[in-house]
Write a new protein. Structure first.
Length: 205
């Protein structure tokens, strides 16, 4: 009798040990999975110092303080590009206006010629752009100049006679050109940065 009782209890002990082992394995898997998931979430949220929007913002062009603005005649100015207006070497006194950030200029080499909308006349313009950001904006513009030229020509072709013969119309055209150029740069590089467009030549025939 005692032998039968002993033999009958042995399988129960083995079964209980197996259940404990399974529960332990499942618990470990849950802990490991939770740790990996938490780590991925933290990385995406930027808590671990990488990934997410934080890394993208670090790589964007930065604003250049007015104190670092290059003046006309200084070394480092390339063809079609200057680090800002010199105003004959006279700095703007503090508290009397002026922009907070430096202006970086770049002149597009070739002029643009396009027919006006619903008109027999055509327009020919030379353009320069200005940015308050570092040289990467100008580099992006140079890299994608073909796409930028296409966008400028399309914008000019949507311009009417009434717009090109008035000062206000020309200002509106400037804003549309800024939007067109920034649209290309944002599509290609994820960042625009062009603050203004200036006419270096403006002819309507």
């Amino acid at each position: 009798m005692s032998d039968e009782t002993t033999e009958g209890t042995k399988p129960k002990k083995k079964k209980g040990g197996l259940m404990k082992m399974l529960l332990l394995i499942v618990g470990l898997l849950v802990l490991v999975g939770g740790g990996v998931g938490g780590g991925l979430y933290a990385a995406q949220a930027g808590w671990l110092g990488g990934g997410g929007d934080h890394a993208a913002k670090v790589d964007e062009p930065g604003l250049v303080p007015k104190s670092e603005q290059k003046r006309a005649g200084e070394e480092g100015g390339g063809h079609g590009e200057e680090g800002g207006e010199s105003h004959e070497g006279t700095p703007t006194p503090e508290g009397q206006g002026g922009e907070q950030y430096a202006s970086n200029y770049y002149t597009l080499e070739k002029e643009f010629t396009s027919n006006l909308q619903n008109s027999v006349h055509f327009i020919q313009v030379g353009l320069a752009v200005a940015t308050h950001y570092d040289d990467r904006v100008i580099q992006n513009l140079r890299t994608h100049e073909i796409a930028v030229r296409s966008a400028v020509l399309m914008t000019l072709s949507e311009t009417t006679e009434e717009q090109v013969f008035t000062v206000e119309g020309k200002r509106q055209l400037q804003k549309r050109l800024v939007d067109a150029i920034n649209g290309v740069l944002k599509q290609k590089e994820g960042f625009g940065g062009i603050g203004n467009v200036y006419f270096t030549n403006f002819i309507v025939q």
